[in-house]
Design a protein around this ligand. Structure first.
Ligand code: SF4
Ligand code: SF4
Length: 446
């Protein structure tokens, strides 16, 4: 089993927007709400072209157990249902709503009746909330632990370790009531033995606020963490806050832990309080090509171009646009893509910053292995991938790579390690799927 430890790397923080109070953007003329904004089965349309909808109205139902519903984020008319390729290269459908400019709230919205664990989980499901730190795993599924399974700790992820992003920090500063209520709901209905809120030590104001907020809650602990990337990675955070190691192939719950992002908890609280499902998102907009870096509250489904326009547009032609942070985000080919539930940042960089350095031969310095939080061996992944040696990839545990980018960041030869890790992971995945299919066919015939 790969050895989890926490060396990571110091990355520049560049949290230029941490003191910027989120501003709501002017509603866009249209939004495109993807049916696969979450991990799991795509949502299934519950509206047709020509229907009129209002904010918070259900427009797509969950498509399975691991799935999430989608709600209108503007009032208006359903204009199209398009095929879209997402930033992660996944083909999905998107419901396009032409806004009527009125931003009318759906009149049937009312707070859910939450009286026990079951009704709480059902409320979380109906809220459409998924992991808002970027993972986008349906939160109701995460909280729906089997009977007899004890949740030892719920870890609230407030690390926000990627450079630039400050949207979660703003949750601590501006939505403390929601955060407090969300944590009270978790204590009451999920009943963990304790809740640990992990915040990196470069967010002093958020730490102070959280400590004050929870000073009278004996089950809640605010833990200050070193600001080392990737402190917010799920397994890394679990280790930093509980000293537990999630074994290979297991889930956090197998060691009694559930991890939730701070903004996710606030979104659950908002739904239970008001009945308004997840329809908008606070996004950090920053980067050297952006005129006025800001935190902006945008309707989910807003085109990226409209979000950048709300941040004053570009001061120079952007050479690279990223959805998410610079370490783990996805590079976008254009600005037509819509904001998804898990989008927490949009970054645009000028030519100089976007330049990808030319790679030179590996000098076997070992820095990538030393700094990898999982002690993996990226140069060996590259060799095994080149030789199509899936046995070696299996042995090297390439599947554990979380694509955090630490190895590439520290590499003096500027090797494109993450890209190769990704290719190697895909090669092994496809090989294993093929093998499984062949075995199933063989057994079926036998
Ligand atoms: S990208 Fe993968 S191999 Fe590289 S440091 Fe992160 S986990 Fe390790
Ligand atoms: S850090 Fe770069 S140069 Fe050093 S061993 Fe890893 S790949 Fe080679």
């Amino acid at each position: 089993m790969a050895f989890l430890r926490m060396p990571g790397v110091k990355v520049p923080h560049r949290k230029h927007t941490s003191n910027k109070f989120p501003a709501r953007i002017t509603p866009p003329e249209e939004v495109c709400l993807l049916l696969s904004m979450h991990i799991g089965a795509p949502a299934v349309p519950a509206v047709k072209i020509g229907d009129t909808v209002k904010i918070g109205q259900l427009i797509a139902k969950e498509g399975g157990y691991v799935s999430a519903p989608v709600h209108a984020s503007v009032s208006g008319t359903v204009k199209r249902i398009d095929d879209i390729t997402t930033a992660a290269n996944q083909l999905t459908k998107g419901i396009v709503i032409q806004s009527d400019g009125l931003m009318e709230r759906y009149e049937l919205i009312e707070p859910p009746k939450v009286t026990d664990r079951e009704s709480f989980i059902q409320a979380v499901k109906n809220s459409g909330v998924v992991g808002l730190g970027g993972a986008a795993f349906p939160t109701a599924v995460k909280l729906n632990v089997k009977e007899g399974v004890t949740v030892e700790e719920i870890v609230i992820n407030g690390a926000e370790c990627e450079p630039y992003i400050t949207a979660d920090t703003r949750t601590f500063l501006d939505r403390s009531d929601d955060l407090l209520y969300g944590i009270e709901l978790l204590l009451k209905y999920i009943q963990p033995k304790k809740i640990i809120i992990g915040i990196e030590n470069n967010k002093k104001e958020a730490i102070q606020k959280a400590k004050k907020l929870f000073e009278n809650k004996k089950e809640v602990f605010v833990q200050t963490l070193p600001s080392v990337y990737p402190q917010g990675g799920e397994k890394v955070l679990i280790y930093s806050t509980t000293q537990k190691i999630v074994p290979e192939g297991k889930l956090p719950l197998d060691v009694g832990v559930i991890v939730l992002n701070a903004t996710t908890v606030a979104a659950i609280a908002e739904f239970v309080k008001t009945g308004m499902p997840l329809t908008e998102k606070c996004i950090t907009v920053d980067g050297s090509a952006v005129n006025s870096p800001a935190n902006l509250i945008v309707p989910i489904g807003t085109r990226i171009k409209d979000v950048f326009a709300a941040a004053g547009g570009f001061k120079t032609d952007p050479a690279k646009i990223i959805m998410g942070g610079p370490m783990m985000g996805h590079s976008m080919p254009d600005t037509e893509y819509p904001v998804m539930k898990g989008t927490n940042a949009l970054l645009a960089f000028d030519k100089k910053e976007a330049e990808i350095p030319e790679e030179t031969p590996c000098i076997n310095c070992g820095s990538c292995i030393q700094r990898c939080p999982l002690h993996l061996d990226p140069p060996a992944f590259g060799k095994a991938h080149m030789l199509k040696d899936t046995k070696a990839l299996e042995k090297l545990k390439v599947n554990l790579c979380m694509e955090c980018g630490v190895c590439a960041y520290v590499c003096p030869a500027k090797r494109h390690l993450v890209q190769r890790n990704r290719l190697a992971k895909n090669m092994l995945k496809e090989h294993n799927e093929k093998k499984k299919k062949e075995e199933a066919e063989k057994n079926g015939k036998a």
